[in-house]
Ligand binder design. Structure first.
Ligand code: NAP
Length: 343
């Protein structure tokens, strides 16, 4: 009897993170063999990966910092595809932007792509962000932002928006590398990612929704938010990987909502929380203006509705005890969301 075909083997960098954990789960459920890189395989914060269905036979953890090319090469060897998700998403203002954000994002991406070339990887999918899209003051007013819209990296650097600058520079670097070196690279730019967590450590975008629900000390502007479900981001990453025709950049931002409407949706199903205050008088003026995900939808992406994402998020936070007050830990708005308040 012929032996069954070997599973398709792929690598996911930063495998223990919020988005990557859902991606690893999805890949295992589809029969992929997965090499997940984590910085410390013995850290309990990564233990959830080994409990995923299919992990026993098809998941291997590799210790790798993205600034360590040899460790990346060991993890990527033998893989046909690579999903690069590892990148710092700091929740507080960083002290040393170069070492804490810019280098791991930009040099880290280059290291991953060089390891892909050296190991004959067929396609690399890089997780970028709508942070690499929104900060473009020259975009025509009223025109939805699409894949041709890039954040102005010099403006981000000047404003000390290190995360935005890092994501913009990293994505530019990835696509330039692809062009110059003949590697197939597709980038996906998710907006604010919400939904249930698989990992035990609360990530920055989930902290943002927890802040809104628990009610932080600052009043939030009534601005526009683009929100996507973490499970739909995992679907999008796999979709662009599997579709032979995918190319270039894909914006991944299906739903947009004002702060006021976001609060209304939450209050409809969960009226009893002490939600953050919203400045109803502030208008929706912000650098964040509507963006379109038509390119991804045309590839076959079917994201769920924001109501479901928010409902499942709150359900998860309640079950995990994340909405209880902790003495000595005041609720704070994560730093990348500081544009939500003038304070
Ligand atoms: P996350 O849970 O904080 O995951 C980030 C991952 O990057 C962690 O696994 C972290 O590993 C890893 N990492 C950071 N620095 C590293 C380094 N020097 N070497 C190796 N690994 C490193 O956040 P996430 O939301 O899932 O973010 C994943 C990706 O999605 C990032 O590229 C982020 O920019 C992008 N993204 C996120 C959102 C969002 O709203 N969540 C939106 C758009 C784009 P450790 O656990 O060891 O620190």
């Amino acid at each position: 009897m012929a032996s069954p075909p070997a599973p398709r083997r792929v690598c996911v960098t930063g495998g223990g993170g919020y988005i990557a954990s859902w991606l690893v789960k999805l890949l295992l459920s589809r029969g992929y063999a997965v090499h997940a890189t984590v910085r410390d395989p013995s850290d309990p914060k990564n233990a959830h990966l080994c409990r995923l269905d299919g992990a026993a036979g098809n998941l291997r953890l590799f210790k790798a910092d993205v600034l360590d090319p040899d460790a990346l090469a060991a993890a990527i060897a033998g893989c046909k595809g690579v999903f690069h998700a590892a990148s710092p998403v700091p929740s507080v203002k960083v002290a040393d932007p170069e070492s804490e954000v810019l280098a791991p994002a930009v040099k880290g991406t280059l290291n991953v792509l060089q390891a892909c070339s050296a190991n004959n990887v067929q396609k690399a999918v890089v997780v970028s962000s709508t942070s690499a899209v929104h900060f473009n003051p020259n975009w025509p007013q009223g025109k939805p932002k699409d894949e041709s819209c890039w954040s102005d990296r010099n403006l981000c650097l000047k404003n000390e928006d290190w995360y935005m600058a890092a994501k913009t520079l990293a994505e530019e670097t990835a696509l330039e590398y692809a062009e110059k070196n003949g590697l197939t690279v597709v980038t996906v730019c998710p907006c604010v990612v919400l939904g249930p967590l698989l990992q035990p450590v609360v990530n920055t975008s989930s902290e943002f929704l927890i802040y809104i629900i628990k009610g932080g000390p600052t009043v939030m502007n009534n601005m526009l938010w683009h929100i996507v479900d973490v499970r739909d981001v995992a679907d999008a990453l796999l979709l662009v990987y599997e579709k032979a025709e995918s190319s270039g950049r894909y914006l991944c931002a299906p739903d947009r909502v004002s702060t006021k409407d976001l609060l209304n949706i939450l209050k409809t199903t969960h009226p009893d929380y002490n939600y953050v205050n919203c400045d109803n008088d502030s208008d929706l003026k912000s650098i964040v203006t509507p963006i379109t995900s038509e390119k991804l939808k045309n590839l076959g992406w079917k994201p769920r509705k924001i109501e479901e994402t928010l409902f499942d998020s709150v359900k998860y936070y309640e079950k995990a005890g994340l909405l209880q007050d902790v003495v000595g830990c005041p609720c704070r708005l994560p730093h990348p969301f500081h544009m939500a308040t003038d304070k």
